[in-house]
Design a protein around this ligand. Structure first.
Ligand code: UP6
Length: 259
């Protein structure tokens, strides 16, 4: 699996979002996702347009945007088309199936209507996947389960992580991968998106822990690096994004024997 290209691996997936993601990564030569943790519509759209050419996935926390409106969604969708990236609302659902179904489809944000990918904690049990799937599957959306977290002292370890993997194995039509820190030793081809990536900082004083793109892609066998403050924290955002893109892509080329 590790030696296969993203495009080759797309064949093993039935989920539409997963297939699109794997193909566009090779087409755009990027396994970089930006974590756009900004609090205004203007900043969010600026990041999407300026970083669009370098990324495969634009990750949002839509509930931190103070002036959210439908026009933001419309513009974000246009930018996703223009630059060909997928939108991932990092909602981290964590409630019973019936509640997450409503949180995903309704409310102010109507996440399912615009976000190609979202994620959920396996904590409540399998009902969370079933509830989200009722909304997401008809819209060709994809779900990631949080198998592990990057933060210090995370409780998502050991048997919890293994149960997350089993839950994903039972729901492969909708769950195509994980938020995690390392590839799990299972026969199914899951896609791993990994936060906690930084080339300089080791942490942020609030529990975040950083590893390098090479550690994530090459040593741990993950697929997508998620970078936030490493890109927009200081300096030129496009230059920073290019650095992370190159580091992530070279690690992938090494892993697949293309470099
Ligand atoms: N994130 C983590 N760790 C996890 C899961 N998600 O950091 O285990 C998310 C955060 C943030 C981004 O919610 O949006 O990834 C990391 O941002 P940073 O690169 O600025 O630390």
């Amino acid at each position: 699996l590790l030696a296969k290209t993203y495009t080759q691996r797309a064949e093993a997936h039935t989920n539409a979002a997963a297939v699109r993601l794997l193909r566009l990564m090779d087409a755009k030569k990027t396994n970089l996702s930006v974590a756009a943790d900004v609090t205004t519509k203007k900043e969010l759209l600026h990041l999407a347009d300026a970083l669009g050419p370098y990324i495969c996935v634009f990750k949002t926390h839509i509930d931190i945007v103070t002036d959210f409106d439908q026009d933001l969604v419309d513009q974000l969708e246009k930018l996703a088309e223009k630059h060909s990236f997928l939108i991932f609302e990092d909602r981290k659902f964590a409630d019973i199936g019936n509640t997450v179904k409503l949180q995903y489809s309704a409310g102010v944000y109507r996440i399912a209507s615009w976000s190609h990918i979202t994620n959920a904690h396996p904590l409540p049990g399998e009902g969370i996947v079933k509830g989200l799937a009722e909304v997401g599957m008809p819209l060709s959306r994809g779900l990631l389960l949080l198998a592990e977290m990057s933060s210090q002292g995370s409780l998502a370890t050991g048997s919890y992580t293994l149960e997350a993997v089993r839950m994903a194995q039972r729901n492969r039509d909708f769950v195509f991968g994980f938020i995690g820190q390392q590839r799990m030793d299972v026969p199914e081809d899951f896609v791993y998106l990994t936060p906690g990536v930084g080339l300089e900082a080791k942490g942020d004083g609030l529990g975040q822990q950083y590893r390098t793109p090479e550690q994530v892609i090459l040593d741990s066998g993950c697929d997508v690096i998620i970078v936030g403050r490493g890109i927009y924290g200081s300096g030129d955002i496009a230059a920073n994004a290019q650095r992370y893109r190159e580091a992530g892509w070279n690690a992938y080329l090494k892993r697949t024997g293309q470099l």
